[in-house]
Design a protein around this ligand. Structure first.
Ligand SMILES: [Zn+2]
Length: 119
């Protein structure tokens, strides 16, 4: 990861890629160049730009990112939102119950039986 960072840092210090042969409006290209410069300036302001421990710090960030993802997954499980199909199933059943096609115990009522015959 640190090597990637240094390659990336190298990319930032070079001039933007040339405009190429395609006929794009110069104004649009200039906007892209400006945005690029703006981003490079922001990146250079980060604490680790000239940090000697960049390799260690980037690893820390990576670990933190992974942990955050795992935490989010765990929270989803704990909140019961993990099974979207189950949620979908429950939503459909709620609608069917509302229209008295099934009852609360998911038994098919008369309207439901008629609907099944019609299919
Ligand atoms: Zn650092």
């Amino acid at each position: 990861m640190a090597k990637e960072y240094f390659d990336y840092k190298g990319q930032l210090s070079v001039a933007p890629p040339s405009f190429g042969g395609k006929k794009k409006s110069k104004q649009k290209l200039q906007i892209s160049v400006n945005k690029r410069d703006e981003i490079i300036n922001q990146i250079r302001k980060t604490k680790c730009w000239n940090c000697e421990q960049v390799s260690y710090h980037l690893t820390q960030l990576e670990v933190q990112d992974k942990n955050r993802t795992i935490m989010q997954e765990l929270d989803k499980v704990l909140q019961g939102n993990v099974d979207e199909k189950e949620a979908d199933f429950n939503n459909r059943n709620a609608i069917l119950t509302q229209y008295k096609i099934i009852d609360d115990d998911l038994n098919i009522l008369f309207k439901g039986k008629v609907a099944m015959q019609a299919c």
